[in-house]
Design a protein around this ligand. Structure first.
Ligand SMILES: [Zn+2]
Length: 397
């Protein structure tokens, strides 16, 4: 018989119960805002007086603000509650060629601040990032910055906080967290870009999927797996490296050392290679140029994209066959041509998988900012999710 070992745990204290109720109320405001105290009491099952006490504290802590008065037919005029968008996070989207910095607030609002070329030396990158982060904090004294979220083109070992695997970035295993925290005085959270996108889907998608896979497609392919509402990290944070599963042993050499990895066949780089192989000039031609040409009816550009779509779908069968998610969410520039990609992806994914309930194939709603919104979730989620760390700390005492 399978047993759950409860020995290391202690019974919940009043403090734990209060903490959990606070998180429940905060989450109900997040998903239901604007919302009244009466609605919160009804939806949470908590006493009205308990809800009022929690709200008082959340307003004092600047997590929640009271909005305009509502109107009800019978003359009562409740005030509505919202999350306070002065609660914000500095978001860093680190890619192989460029780093973008911005500010995302708790409601998903985002403003871009800075873009720089990615330094080849991680120590230079840390120094430059710290300087720019301090400048952003100084320029916005009205904001409560909760921390810095960094999205990375690689995997992060959660035990050591080292960037463990980033073949497209070319940096050695690096600790970015400790030096950045020291230099900025802010808490720093690191996550793989695809995991960040999966978190953003969990937070912002009203469908509230419990099992989903986010697939980011750019220079490479990354996947972020959410199973039963939890991000799957695996040993050393390496879960989700479908992009480096070799699908064609005779395929092109990948920077990870293998040949014919999924990302060598289905990324933006692959589509450009297909186009150049059809005899077209290379030069400064970009993936955006390819999308534009195909849109204008260029047959060879269209064929290159169709080939990319077929390979994307073939690789996605691994994910659907292995994990049976409710939805697979694609994020990347190619979703601008979703009308071309979607039927090919659907045909490849649905025709040869075993599941009786088809997996939804979706384009991320806001591809351009999914990563940065994900880094916001990364930093703020600990105030909204189950208090796993406090239970673990209680267990350790
Ligand atoms: Zn590879």
């Amino acid at each position: 018989m399978r047993q759950v070992n409860l020995n290391p745990l202690r019974a919940a204290s009043n403090e734990t119960a209060r903490d959990i109720n606070r998180r429940i109320v905060l989450n109900l405001i997040r998903t239901g805002q604007p919302i009244s105290r009466a609605d919160l009491a009804r939806r949470s099952g908590l006493q009205r007086s308990t809800v009022s006490l929690i709200i008082e504290q959340l307003i004092a802590d600047k997590w929640v603000i009271e909005g305009p008065m509502g109107r009800l037919p019978r003359g009562r005029r409740p005030t509505f509650l919202h999350l306070n968008d002065q609660r914000a996070v500095i978001c860093v989207d680190l890619r192989p060629t460029r780093i973008a910095l911005g500010v995302a607030d708790v409601n998903g609002g985002f403003s871009s601040h800075d873009i720089l070329a990615t330094p080849s030396d991680p120590a230079v990158a840390v120094k430059e990032l710290a300087r720019r982060i301090r400048a952003i904090v100084k320029a916005q004294p009205e904001k409560c910055f909760e921390g810095v979220g960094v999205s990375l083109p690689g995997r992060v070992d959660l035990a050591t906080h080292h960037l463990a695997f980033a073949p497209n970035l070319g940096w050695p295993p690096t600790d970015l967290k400790t030096p950045l925290e020291r230099a900025t005085g802010l808490e720093v959270e690191l996550e793989n870009a695809a995991n960040a996108c999966a978190l953003a889907e969990m937070w912002f998608n009203p469908a509230q999927f419990r099992d989903l896979v986010a697939v980011t497609v750019s220079e490479g392919i990354g996947t972020g797996i959410v199973a039963q509402g939890q991000l799957v990290s695996g040993r050393h944070g390496m879960a989700g490296e479908f992009g480096h599963v070799p699908l064609d042993p005779d395929g092109p050499q990948c920077r990870c050392g293998n040949k014919g990895c999924w990302e060598m066949l289905a990324s933006n780089r692959a589509a450009l290679r297909y186009y150049f192989e059809s005899g077209q000039q290379s030069g400064k031609f970009t993936f955006q140029d390819l999308l534009r040409l195909a849109e204008q009816g260029d047959v060879l550009a269209g064929r290159a994209l169709n080939r990319m779509a077929t390979q994307l779908g073939r690789g996605a069968r691994m994910i659907v066959g292995g994990l049976a998610p409710e939805a697979i969410v694609f994020i990347g520039e190619f979703t601008a041509a979703w009308d071309r990609f979607r039927p090919i992806l659907d045909a490849e994914i649905q025709t040869q998988t075993l599941s009786t309930a088809p997996t939804l194939v979706l384009a991320g709603r806001d591809g351009a900012t999914a990563r940065v919104r994900g880094t916001m979730v990364l930093v703020l989620q600990k105030h909204f999710g189950a208090p796993s760390s406090s239970v673990a700390q209680a267990a350790a005492r």
